[in-house]
Design a protein around this ligand. Structure first.
Ligand code: CS2
Length: 486
């Protein structure tokens, strides 16, 4: 008997059950945990239920990690549902292959230009679209865009879409449907605008062809997927008897609302497995982005500064629970048009229960990432509308000030914060060199890619951010949150 007998290290590696993998119909850009715990599962279920060749070729744009972990397992992986009363693992076999764009861009383009591929879906996170978060338009100065304009082999996700569509047009094929699955407002409309603009710069004739023949459905995606902890792998192996080096963890809840607009109507039977196929995603997406992602970000910055590690820890603090509920009630939902048949009080009540799932350890530090990209759609849009309508925004403004504190990169105990954000270096410099709070806030509000002019230049807003920042610096996040609820 070996020393390690019975230990997880001994458990054999997970293997795909089928000798042949499903034929691919989808290329997915950005093979992160979210997609593997959401869209990939819907797709596997839709195929199991209604058939179709909808296997997925996953693409990691930069790092080979996912490919290296998944390949020895035949691209099978375990999705573990984390409910308050226990875990349910399920093996997902829908990935046909994983490609790494940095290693072989041509292989990715060839896959996207293959006639069998009818959908290219994306979860490349907010910053992957190379846009200006405050306007949703292509950022022509983005280094990857500058690169893609000068080279045939792209680097950015929009660059891949444009070049692959160019190849399909040249080959006399129909375009693929571009299915954006990131948390961005009217994500299909936004991505269509970005792709058309980039196409115009690369190959003007291509633009009209895409505009005429392409499809860019908007979607609302929802499932909380905390980052994997290293011990999850050993714990899972102990439970299942097989080692999976690339599992994903997720909450039981899931929702996918998809605008029913696909090239040639070609799509997996998502409706059969619980996705809502609708004509207008906007009310769903506004509701989700502002109620869930808006409070997630607010709780992440304030919670982190107050010393809370996870969303569960944060809302277990009664002052934060009151803060969150009041944000929904007084600042976020009053300006929302609820989707037909949805009661917003019920929706946010359910959200609160999801945040309170003790099995989900969703780190405030994870959600705090990329705030410069996330704040505009999640929080700033609501503040702008509230200001116009004369509604209160003090809790959301407190969150904006907390973000400004957070990106200053020093916590309330004087410890460094590892800020992950494409603008991290600029934000830190602005924060460091300002002499006063007013100067600091003013210089950050002047970042036009984050704050639209009409909001940043509103004196009422400026004053409120300065006051909240001052308050946070003096008294700390915990006591400011407490004060808000009292
Ligand atoms: C979170 C989202 O990390 C974040 O910014 O707000 O990933 C959130 O968990 C999902 O959008 C839930 O659907």
């Amino acid at each position: 008997m070996s020393m390690g007998a019975g230990l997880p290290g001994d458990a054999p590696l997970l293997k795909a059950s089928a000798a042949t993998r499903p034929k691919a119909g989808i290329v997915h850009l950005g093979l992160g945990a979210f997609f593997r715990a959401h869209g990939a599962i819907y797709t596997a279920e839709a195929m199991a239920k209604s058939g179709g060749d909808w296997g997925i070729i996953g693409v990691s744009l930069r790092h080979p990690t996912q490919r290296d972990l998944l390949q020895p397992q035949g691209f099978a992986y375990t999705a573990v549902e984390l409910a308050a009363d226990g875990e349910t693992p399920q093996v997902v076999e829908v990935l046909q292959n994983v490609l790494v764009a940095r290693e072989d861009p041509l292989a990715v383009l060839s896959a996207m230009a293959d006639p069998a591929i009818r959908i290219v879906s994306l979860t490349v996170t907010e910053k992957g679209y190379c846009h200006l978060p405050s306007t949703g338009l292509l950022n022509r100065d983005h280094p990857d865009v500058v690169h893609d304009l000068a080279h045939d082999l792209p680097r950015s996700a929009p660059g891949y879409l444009v070049r692959a569509l160019q190849m399909r047009r040249a080959a006399g094929l129909a375009p693929f449907t571009v299915l954006c699955c990131d948390n961005l407002p009217e994500n299909g409309v936004m991505l269509r605008g970005i792709v058309l603009e980039l196409a115009r710069l690369v190959d003007p004739g291509l633009t009209d062809w895409i505009a005429l023949n392409g499809a860019f459905p908007s979607t609302m995606v929802d499932r909380i997927v905390p980052a994997l902890k290293p011990e999850n792998i050993a714990e899972l192996a102990e439970k299942t008897g097989v080692t999976d080096r690339a599992p994903v963890m997720h909450e039981p809840f899931r929702q996918w609302v998809i605008e029913d607009w696909f090239v040639g109507d070609a799509r997996p039977d998502y409706a059969a497995v619980g996705a809502d196929m609708v004509r207008d995603v906007r009310p769903f997406e506004h509701m989700k982005l502002r109620c869930l992602n808006g409070t997630h970000s607010a709780l992440a910055y304030l919670g982190y500064l107050a010393g809370h590690q996870t969303i569960f820890d944060t809302i277990s603090d009664p002052a934060f629970a009151t803060y969150c509920r009041r944000l929904w009630q007084s600042e976020i939902t009053p300006g929302l048009d609820a989707p037909q048949g949805v009661d917003l009080a019920e929706y946010t009540g359910k959200l609160f229960q999801r945040y309170g799932n003790p099995a989900i350890r969703h780190l405030t530090h994870q959600i705090a990432m990329d705030g410069s990209q996330k704040l505009p759609p999640r929080i700033l849009a609501t503040i702008s509308e509230n200001l116009k309508a004369g509604r209160d925004s003090s809790g959301l403004i407190l969150a904006v000030a907390a973000w400004m504190r957070y990106v200053g990169a020093t916590d309330e105990n004087g410890q460094p914060i590892k800020v992950q954000d494409p603008l991290a270096a600029r934000l830190k410099t602005l924060s460091d060199k300002a002499g006063s709070v007013t100067e600091k806030v003013g210089s950050i509000l002047a970042l036009r890619e984050v704050f639209p002019a009409n909001l940043a230049e509103n004196p009422e807003f400026q004053k409120a951010v300065v006051a909240s920042y001052t308050n946070l610096a003096r008294r700390g996040a915990g006591s400011c949150v407490l004060e808000y609820g009292s």
